[in-house]
Design a protein around this ligand. Sequence first.
Ligand code: ATP
Ligand code: MG
Length: 650
Amino acid sequence: MSDSKIYPVSDELAATAHINNEKYLAMYEQSINDPDTFWGEEGKRLDWFKPYTKVKNTSFDPHNVDIRWFEDGTLNASYNCLDRHLATRGDQVAIIWEGDDPSESENITYRDLHERVCKFANALKSRGVEKGDVVTLYMPMIPEAAVAMLACTRIGAVHSIVFGGFSPEALAARIEGANSKVVVTSNYSLRAGKSVPLKLNVDKALEHEAAKACVDSVIVVKRVEQDVAWNDSVDVWYEDLVANASADCPAEEMEAEAPMFILYTSGSTGAPKGLKHTTGGYMVYAAMTHEYAFDYKDGDIYWCTADVGWVTGHSYIVYGPLANGATSLMFEGVPSYPDNSRFGRVIEKHKVNQFYTAPTAIRALMQQGEDVLGDSDLSSLRILGSVGEPINPEAWEWYYRIIGQNRCPIVDTWWQTETGGMMILPLPGATAAKPGAASRPFFGVQPALLDADGNELEGATDGNLVIKDSWPGQSRSIWGDHERFIQTYFTTYKGYYTTGDGARRDEDDYYWITGRVDDVINVSGHRMGTAEVESALVAHPAVAEAAVVGYPHEVKGQGIYVYVTLQAGFEQSDELLKELRMHVRSEIGPIASPDLIQFAPGMPKTRSGKIMRRILRKIAEDDFGALGDTSTLADPSVVDDLIEHRMNRK
Ligand code: ATP
Ligand code: MG
């Protein structure tokens, strides 16, 4: 793909953006050569109660993984997102909330939000929550979710958000794992006009003895006027608690390295990991990446479509934008309700300037055809973002043309729950984009590619993507299991942070994420990432989505097994099978020619929308008895269908 198209930075953006190419190069160099000075300056974008005198103190040595940033400073995350803005932007909208029902929306100013957060913070205190306690949030995308996050951090409580789509079992495990004494939820959540019984799920989670033993309060937001089962000794209405609460709640002074939140990974490659993020470094990094990646300027309306249950929602709906005094849109609904034009309607209604979504959403829209957004006015858009999976060049081009109207740069942001913020991305005023490439590292980030023996590779090549030194947003540990943290990220290649992803570096030093290292396919000695083969398939007009895995093959070592979801209007046929094989051969070469192709009505995905290739691999190997941890699988019925129609029966 070295002959890929290049989309240069427009002259206008190069002239007006926070960061142009010259600035990028100079700042990048300083961030690597003199991190203390660089981050010492950047840290000042926050308000500190006690300024730090030390900046970086980090070690990736597997015997002593220890990561500290700004360690002798004190601050408060909630204060940085709210109080410090009151004098200058109290009347500015902090959160635009757009409900599931298009007739419902609300504008919440910084002053309103501050008051709501203070009241709920006092309410939490009234239920016995103290500094260092863990509060589990199991909530829909309603303003109270952001309020609860900021209320926790205000009083030094650690929040652990469990995505509202998870089962009672997954919720129970996370409550226990964190020994959480309070759960905040809502009676129901609304999704595409239907109500989902969140409170009932909490009740079921608390049927697990160990979870029940931890929790002494369940605080319930009344999202809809509908009854729920009630246990007076534990349950309390959110509305009743805040009605009597004082709006005066000074922000707790926290050490920079005080834990701020726990958050689990998506569980794409195995059992989810509950990562610990701390206050100072995380906040500096979230704020800075948000400002630069989206070239955020005062007055812009910014929309990230993620759920607050994922790290993207933490860093880029709540903490990054609010630390920057931004207006952040929070969307309760789904892209297909009331119809498929919803994203366009919301962009038009609120005059959104920056729009940040995931490849899975883009591919779903693509499937509906080019006029999917109807006559929505998208002229307010300036910058687009993508996160979560590699974006196939075909999907990138569609996003650019149909949503970006051939004028908005796309920022493809590679990062992880572990990294706290974006790591590799094309800054819109600095980096010419290549569709499908995450491109260049953010400040302070030193990617490297290693071979299987841990040797650093030079030049244009592919390998295991690692990071050579710490950056402020990095997770500090796995909650309650530092040993697993070390084992998972710091022992495979000593002295490096191992990402678990593979990448290719091209002749312009751009990084292309090729997929998970676990998913690399080895055909007759040729190693292939999944992303390239999948992108070739998605480029065929009949293909909406594709997933590629290896399976044991007598001659080649591994064969290529392909799962394909067709575009609306295409039917499976032998002709089409032949055509798809030919298509991959001509796009990549005979070596990548699929051995088996299964038509799949749907892919197994995590709740955050990522394809779970480890399950597809099991099915391809005809070994689906034990599918591993499926607690984060969105729709188990998809798997049954795939098993039923599997191609490789022994
Ligand atoms: P688990 O770690 O539990 O297996 P997960 O890795 O899917 O789950 P997340 O932290 O939500 O959990 O996802 C991070 C991963 O998502 C990255 O390691 C990468 O594989 C993928 N990813 C995210 N953004 C991009 C992107 N822009 N391009 C390519 N891959 C991406
Ligand atoms: Mg991961």
